[in-house]
Design a protein. Structure first.
Length: 137
């Protein structure tokens, strides 16, 4: 009982930092170094397997990015569904922020459509002229 009372919040925090933050980082670094050393040693001893190890290394490079992209996509979908359900119950300040973001979105869309408008007008005018000519013949 006295031992629990002697643990200060600072001590508890430092224990949590070392256990929950530093330990996973160090374990990940050790695993990466081990895999790197293993790849280097096996590639040097067998030159024919260099291409195979290059493919494996490429997978190690691409897989985390794909996983991160998938997690980000799921997170964005979750947030959009959440905002769709909570749209009615938003506090006024968040509603104002949402309306300003929506206004910004509309202005960006309008700005991006401006270069295309003359082309759309010319193509629609040409299609109308072709329809009139086709109708007369």
């Amino acid at each position: 009982m006295d031992r629990i009372a002697l643990r200060t919040p600072e001590r508890i925090h430092s224990d949590q930092v070392s256990l929950h933050i530093l330990l996973p980082i160090l374990l990940t670094a050790v695993i990466c170094l081990t895999v790197g050393i293993l790849l280097t040693v096996t590639t040097i001893s067998q030159p024919a397997s260099t291409v195979q190890w290059a493919h494996i290394a490429l997978i190690f490079l691409i897989a985390p990015l794909l996983l991160f992209g998938l997690i980000l996509l799921v997170f964005i979908i979750f947030l959009s569904k959440l905002m769709a359900h909570w749209n009615i119950t938003l506090p006024p300040s968040l509603r104002i922020i949402r309306e300003s973001i929506t206004g910004f979105n509309v202005s960006v869309q309008r700005l991006s459509m401006q270069p295309a408008r003359p082309l759309i007008f010319i193509k629609s005018l040409a299609a109308g002229v072709r329809a009139i000519i086709k109708k007369r013949t």
